[in-house]
Design a protein around this ligand. Sequence first.
Ligand SMILES: CC(=O)SCCNC(=O)CCNC(=O)[C@H](O)C(C)(C)COP(=O)(O)OP(=O)(O)OC[C@H]1O[C@@H](n2cnc3c(N)ncnc32)[C@H](O)[C@@H]1OP(=O)(O)O
Ligand SMILES: CC(C)C(=O)C(=O)O
Length: 572
Amino acid sequence: MLTHPASKYRAFAPIALTDRTWPDAQIGRAPRWLSTDLRDGNQALIEPMDLQRKLRMFELLVRIGFKEIEVGFPAASQVEWDFVRQLIEEDRIPEDVTIQVMTPAREELIERTVQSLAGARRAIVHVYNAVAPVWREVVFGMSVPEVIALIDRHVRQVRALTDARPETDWVLQYSPETFSLAELDVSLAACEAAISAWGAGRPIILNLPTTVEAATPNVFADQIEWMARRFAGRPEVVLSVHPHNDRGTGTAAAEFALMAGAHRVEGCLFGNGERTGNLDIVNVALNMYVQGVAPQLDFSDIDAIRAEVEHCNQLPVPARHPYAGDLVYTSFSGSHQDAIKKAFAARREGDLWAIPYLPIDPKDLGRSYEAVIRVNSQSGKGGMAYLLEADYGVQLPRRLQIEFSQAVQRAMDVQGKELSAADLWSIFCSEYALQEAPALQQRRIAAREGAQGVAQTELSGRLHWQGREHALQGSGNGPVDAFVNAQGAATGHGIRVLDYQEHAMGGTGSVGGDARAAAYVELRVDDGRPVFGVGMDHDIVSAAIRAVTSGLLRATRSQATAQHPAEPALVA
Ligand SMILES: CC(=O)SCCNC(=O)CCNC(=O)[C@H](O)C(C)(C)COP(=O)(O)OP(=O)(O)OC[C@H]1O[C@@H](n2cnc3c(N)ncnc32)[C@H](O)[C@@H]1OP(=O)(O)O
Ligand SMILES: CC(C)C(=O)C(=O)O
């Protein structure tokens, strides 16, 4: 790269429009949309669509709700011609949909283009020619007056050919190609030439492209406002824009252009198109949607639409693509997951959408919440807890989440890749000894009145504990207390319950397939550090008893590790 890029590249000159009004405007309703997937999108494909793929794309665009569809460049190839003929002859164009076809301003191509539309109810003939200096000087070798004369001649030709076919309702679209790079007065003169050759008062679409993005999108907005002022009060003129994305600002250019007075927007689904693509219509439409404006296009099943577009274009939509990529509703990082989890818990039916890090409800686009949170080394306790609750129905107390996240981090350090909900569940089951913690056999529980009329619980049973069968007997102010006392007496450990929580189980917990209840107990054993135990069983008392044995098992294991630490691993 150059140290002084100014020696090779020139800054785009700003537009002299000091009284611009567009920065204060708001987009309050959907524009007219034109999909050019079948033309500009198609001409950029490694392998342009065949008839079958073109038809699938057309039908998809109709289902989404496009009312104007550029179906091809009929003079370019047999497939393009045949497709236009197929749509017309097989009566495949819905009543409320208008097809558009494109031709350069070249006599023989215009003739064939208009012929291709024979029998259409309504059609837009789209004529273009480049108007910017490099094209005038280098590509065509034409002066400005010659360019204007060329437009006049070719639009008159379109008029004569279409007037001869009155059975079709004709609209002309004229594009000063390379508008973004051209002098505004030349573009204006080109547009005026097209209007007068087509006939003053007849419907015409003036389509202003950023054929190649050349400046920041505010400059394009200035260009559009400058042009819009010249056509104000002329209802037959529809001002359309056709942004590309060379600077990565196609979406901003389209939005600013709408604020600056454009009525219509051309683009492609997911931004397919020449080079870095055409404007991504899905992006602009859904940006509107999340501002509360109905875009009049239906993306309720975004994944099915994406799959169909990928099939037709034979190009993938990247994982980070706005609104549609695989990963765009997924958070890996702990603080994001924590905020999302809390906001979902606080959300009530009918609330405005206000979930941190999720600008749109994925369900509106047919996405589930499943992939919203995924766990890797950047994740914290909130994400793990969310996945275990969503998939296994366990509602882990906050301090247990903190304890468990350390076990997950250890697994992550070894494995170094993403952990699924099933992976987390398996770590959870082994960490809390859910399979190993024994149940109390031959359990008997009785209530009796103790001293001063205080209710007491008597508990007895048999517990298989560390290779031996213990006969347990204890009393307390409830079954958990009675069991703790009984187990402490039988095993010789001093056990204190610091916290106890329980809940009925939803989800599909796979420990004890019929588990209906979960219990979490925080214990201090023999004055060691607090540890959690977890139990799941068909009733809450059995779950609580398992939780205490799980906690005791973990505490005694960690005491053993502290007394006999493992040999330090050898570092290579
Ligand atoms: C920005 C856009 O997306 S515009 C749309 C671009 N889309 C496409 O090009 C896809 C379809 N195109 C095609 O199939 C072909 O390019 C066709 C059928 C249009 C033309 O093919 P060809 O006649 O072989 O011309 P080719 O594409 O090589 O080059 C363009 C020629 O047309 C000339 N030309 C372009 N516009 C005009 C015009 N208005 N009047 C006279 N000549 C013109 C160019 O100067 C060049 O001529 P040259 O070969 O004498 O230098
Ligand atoms: C509108 C037409 C001419 C176009 O595709 C472009 O300029 O990018």
